[in-house]
Design a binder for this molecule. Structure first.
Ligand code: DGP
Length: 205
């Protein structure tokens, strides 16, 4: 970001196996950014979420959504402090995954959004988009709770809807790793060409 301003807050979103984690690592290296990831499985709340995702325990849909959200809230101050120090953040998933995955189970979109309302708003949201039909053959798809083709198709519908409303930057996740990365860098460079406010806005308020 120009003029010694705060760091840039970039979020990567998409279905499971869309390549977010790989691209998050590449982007962190390119921007010397701090990597963040949600759920953050290292905290005590994150460990409960991880057990839930691995199918080791069942938790009511609303309760697990609140835990996912609380897991983001517990990082709020860290996000703000990091950005204020002028350090960029690249984040693998954020509140948009919360809305997409929980509302795909039937919870209201508005209710899901409310839980994260007030969190720092990203400067750039990158949606790595690809149909689950093509992603499901990647890696160990199916290992965790949400990794089912029918469910991921519902998640994609919500992501697609949000992409329009929230002005996500959509990138075709079926390109090669190098092509995806160069599309992401183009977006970030374009963003940096313009002057932006130094204010950290809040999400969905
Ligand atoms: P991973 O990105 O591989 O650590 O997987 C995390 C899984 O959790 C993935 O299937 C998306 C899902 N997820 C992320 N955030 C939320 C959330 O806030 N609510 C719900 N229900 N699921 C989420």
């Amino acid at each position: 970001m120009k003029n010694n301003q705060r760091g840039l807050f970039i979020v990567l979103e998409g279905l499971d196996k869309c390549g977010k984690s790989t691209q998050t690592d590449l982007l962190c290296e390119a921007l010397e950014a701090k990597k963040m990831q949600f759920p953050d499985r290292s905290t005590s709340m994150g460990m409960i979420i991880s057990d839930y995702l691995k199918g080791k325990r069942d938790i009511d849909d609303q309760v697990i959504h609140l835990l996912f959200s609380a897991n983001r809230w517990e990082t709020k101050n860290k996000i703000i402090e990091t950005l204020e120090k002028g350090i960029n953040i690249v984040c693998d998933r954020y509140a948009y995954s919360g809305v997409a995955f929980s509302s795909a189970k039937g919870l209201s979109i508005n209710w899901c959004k409310q839980c994260d309302s007030g969190l720092p708003k990203p400067d750039i949201v990158i949606y790595l988009r690809a149909p689950i039909k093509q992603l499901k053959d990647r890696g160990d798809f199916g290992a965790e709770r949400y990794e089912k083709q029918e469910f991921q198709s519902k998640v994609q519908e919500v992501f697609d809807k949000m992409a329009q409303e929230e002005q996500f930057n959509i990138i075709n996740a079926l390109q090669t790793k190098e092509e995806v990365f160069s599309s992401i860098m183009e977006l970030v460079n374009d963003y940096n060409q313009n002057i932006h406010t130094n204010t950290i806005e809040q999400l969905w308020i």
